[in-house]
Design a protein around this ligand. Structure first.
Ligand code: FES
Length: 130
């Protein structure tokens, strides 16, 4: 690696990913229509997840924009969510549909968010096997 260059901070390092069966939080910790960001690991080994709740439905993604790998939120926990079910990256405005993570504007150039497999068990959000 050239002098003075650092490896990029990965927000989706598999070594920091919660293991299947691990409880992430409770569904009722996320307001209906809102989102919750969770971070695992430390230093350059991080795995960041964003959970979106719509009534009893839950959508989970790696919290890493497909444009330049920034986390989606402006400040921790402050996601830019539109009333029509889109989330916009605070860095440069890439837009994604919450229900499937699809990119909806030119900034992310067709690259979706990466889904994270979770399930709700007795009101708890649990990592599922991929
Ligand atoms: S890093 Fe998200 S829009 Fe650029």
């Amino acid at each position: 690696m050239p002098h003075g260059r650092h490896p990029p901070l990965s927000l989706s390092d598999p070594d920091a990913r919660p293991t299947p069966g691990e409880v992430l939080c409770r569904l009722d910790e996320i307001p209906d229509g809102g989102a919750l960001g969770l971070s695992y690991g430390s230093g350059v080994k991080r795995f960041k997840i964003v959970l979106f709740r719509r009534a009893d439905a839950l959508y989970a993604y790696v919290n890493e924009c497909s444009h330049l790998t920034s986390p989606l939120e402006l400040r921790p926990g402050q996601f830019l969510i539109s009333e029509d079910g889109k989330v916009y990256c605070a860095a440069h405005g890439a837009g994604f549909r919450i229900t499937d993570g699809a990119c909806i504007n030119d900034v992310c150039a067709g690259k979706p968010l990466v889904k994270v497999a979770v399930e709700v068990v007795d009101g708890a959000i649990v990592m599922a096997a991929e």
